[in-house]
Design a protein around this ligand. Structure first.
Ligand SMILES: [Fe+2]
Length: 282
């Protein structure tokens, strides 16, 4: 196995292994690399759905974004091959993914990691980008660190979708959590590495103790500062690529593409540890 770090503060490209048939020792190498680099890119793996679920399950319990399903399409294409219109609910959720975010922060237990594999790609755009929230915290000045220490924000997919003009209905599906929105500290200590990371993104809002406007300004300023080189990494997908990232310390987003072309990814999401990824309010 070869692990080649990128030029950014996060991410590595891993070659020389087959994820579909990992041996115990290789798996340990993958897990160590995951903790160190936070984003691992495995080119040309062409995993079956079953193999992707098996690989994901090595990291922990899988979330079911659709009841009974441990792998779900992230796709603008229906099963019959037709494409979603931008006005449709599911397409509005995909468009929302163009904003920097971390997965499942809007649920009582946030996600540990996410896996994507590429199946059908548009001619241009549709890249995925990640931003390193460990390096972002390290780069903050002392005044900002002191300012955000002890602050927390609510996280809600209803809220982040409303900001792009999408009014999701109650019962709209996974992520549209109808309980009290989870409250989460702006700083997250990684349960394995111990590194402190900013825990922010588009689902965050409403910092208790700040006005709505001051909260929005602070969260926007933090994302704008954090998601800058050398802390960002972009991957231009090829069919068969597999990527896993650590939602506890990176933000991600999809880059725009022409929605008249199909983009079909398969997604597996690993649930966080209730001991470390539960909301303060849970
Ligand atoms: Fe996401």
């Amino acid at each position: 196995m070869k692990v080649k770090p990128t030029d950014a503060t996060l991410g590595a490209v891993v070659t020389g292994i087959e994820l579909a048939s990992l041996e115990a020792q290789t798996w340990r190498g993958v897990e160590d690399a995951f903790h160190e680099h936070a984003v691992l890119i495995f080119p040309s793996q062409h995993l079956s759905a079953e193999a992707q679920v098996t690989f994901g399950a090595r990291f922990g319990r899988l979330e079911q974004l659709v009841p009974g399903m441990e792998i779900v399409p992230i796709s603008n294409q229906r099963k019959d091959g037709s494409l979603l219109a931008d006005s449709e609910h599911q397409m509005q959720v995909l468009i929302g993914n163009e904003g920097w975010h971390t997965d499942s922060s809007y649920m009582p237990i946030s996600a540990k990691a996410s896996i994507l594999s590429a199946h059908v790609l548009p001619d241009a755009g549709g890249e995925t980008e990640w931003a390193d929230m460990r390096a972002a915290y390290d780069a903050l000045d002392d005044a900002m660190r002191a300012r955000i220490e002890g602050l927390a924000a609510y996280h809600s997919l209803f809220h982040s979708q409303a900001k792009i003009g999408h009014r999701a209905k109650v019962g709209a599906g996974y992520g549209f959590y109808e309980g009290e929105p989870p409250l989460r500290p702006l700083l997250k200590r990684h349960p394995v590495t111990g590194r402190t990371a900013l825990y922010i993104g588009r689902h965050a809002y409403g910092i208790p103790g700040l006005s709505e406007q001051a909260s929005e300004q602070l969260l926007t300023d933090l994302v704008n500062f954090a998601c800058q080189p050398p802390r960002t990494l972009q991957h231009r997908w090829s069919v068969g690529d597999v990527v896993i990232w650590d939602n506890r310390c990176v933000l991600h987003r999809v880059r725009p593409y022409d929605h008249r072309q199909a983009r079909v990814m398969q997604h597996t999401r690993i649930q966080g540890d209730p001991a470390t990824e539960s909301a303060l309010s849970a």
